[in-house]
Structure formats: C-alpha cells, structure tokens
Design a protein around this ligand. Structure first.
Ligand code: ZN
Length: 244
C-alpha cells in the first residue's frame, strides 16, 4: 500500500517494462520507420557534423563492392557534393558509423534520459554554466535611447531648438537605437532557441507512445527537437542537446 510514497519523486519518464516492449517492437518492425530509416533521409539527417572539418555528414554506400553498407560520412571525405566540402585534408576517415548503429546509439542516449530523470537533471545542470543572455540589460539600454530621442524631439517641437541643432545628435541616437535593437533581438533569439527542462521532460515522456505507435515521423520530430547537433569524429560521438 505504500508504493505511492516511494514512487513520485524519482519516477522514470518511461518505465523499463515499456521500454523493453518498445525495443522489441522497434527491432521487429523497422518498416514502420520508413522515413527515419529510408535511404538518404536518415533519422539524424541535418543534425550530423564532422568533428574535424565541420562539414555536414550524409549517408553513403560505403565499403568494398560486396560489403557495402549505408554509413554516415563527412562530405569532405565522401566528396559527393562539391559545395558541401569544407576541407581537403579532413581526418575523419576511421571507424565510420553505419546508419543503424549511430541511430541506435543516439536513441539509446535519449532512452537513458527518458528512463532516468536524474540524468536529465545532471545534463541541465552541466549546461547551466553558460549564463543566459541578460535580456533586462539590453531592454534597459534600448529604453534609455528611446527616452533620449523622445526628449530631443519634444525640445524641437516646443521650438526651443532648431532642427539643424538636433540633427547630428538625433541621427547618432537613431544609430544607437538600431544597434540596441539588434543586440536585443539576437539575445532573444539565442534564449528562445533553447528548450526548457520541462519541455524536454515532456518530449521524453512522449517517446514510448511514439515508438509504440510506430510513428516514424513522430520519432524523427522528437529526435530533432531534443538534439541541436551531433558531432562525429573517428568513432567518437558528441551530442549537443537542444535544452538548457
Ligand atoms: Zn570532415
């Protein structure tokens, strides 16, 4: 009867039993993941970057004639698209991941977070070191410039000063306003790009439902909402999460 008291706080977002079910279904029914696993449009498409040259990575048939497999390859190495090449000497040539191995590895990291809220907490804490942009300071600066412009225009309207007297000052203030607006917009964009921890938890909680339903588009959308980018270099993988 006391079960409830013990669950609550550290309850996994997805129970291990559900995950087992989910994994069984996933391996039985890869066809359901048409989009996620089909040829050129992998689960991680658009998220993968080379850890050496910074180029994007794409799925290539890689290997010798008889043993070709779909692998994620840096564009500078595959050289299949001229405009995507970033370097002539990229060193990312060893231990290429097959598409299914890297997809599974990344899904596994997501699964760990879904099973263990403490892991999500730890990740969020780790990233908290990067201070968020100080929107208040930017807004204050913009407000001050606006006030000065208004004051100046009021002076002109009351006839105390002539237009030629305030012109230089006015255009300087307008330049300053433009710069302040730009700073504010950039800071806002940076702040809003990040998912909150609550949003990440909610997304993780939806994972088992998505997989149980065999919803390939849903899985693709979930992976792309949780992850900002994945950097790969000679068998090493670094996941950059999209939440703060
Ligand atoms: Zn590269």
């Amino acid at each position: 009867m006391n079960d409830l008291e013990y669950s609550g706080k550290h309850e996994a977002l997805v129970s291990p039993e559900v995950w087992q079910k989910v994994n069984d279904r996933l391996s039985q029914n890869k066809k359901a993941y048409k989009r996620a696993y089909s040829g050129s449009d992998g689960l991680l498409s658009g998220l993968l970057f080379c850890g050496d040259c910074g180029a994007r990575m794409s799925i290539r048939q890689w290997g010798w004639k008889t043993s070709k497999v779909n692998k994620y390859i840096c564009y500078s190495v595959s050289r299949c698209s001229k405009r995507m090449i970033k370097s002539d000497s990229c060193s990312n040539r060893k231990e290429h991941f097959t598409v299914s191995d890297l997809d599974a590895l990344v899904l596994d990291e997501i699964k760990k977070l879904a099973l263990d809220p403490a892991a999500l907490d730890a990740l969020v804490e780790e990233n908290a070191g990067e201070a968020p942009p100080d929107l208040g300071a930017f807004r204050e600066r913009l407000g001050n410039v606006e006030k000065q412009i208004t004051r100046l225009l009021n002076l002109y309207q009351t006839g105390i000063v002539g237009l030629e007297e305030i012109q230089d000052r006015l255009s300087a203030l307008k330049e300053e306003r433009k710069a302040a607006q730009k700073c504010l917009e950039e800071a806002e964009a940076e702040g809003s790009g990040k998912m909150s921890k609550g949003e990440a938890a909610a997304a993780l909680a939806s994972l088992s439902g998505i997989i149980e339903a065999g919803d390939g588009d849903g899985l693709y959308a979930l992976v792309h909402s949780l992850i900002e980018k994945v950097v790969v270099l000679n068998g090493n993988v670094t996941i950059y999460w999209a939440f703060c």
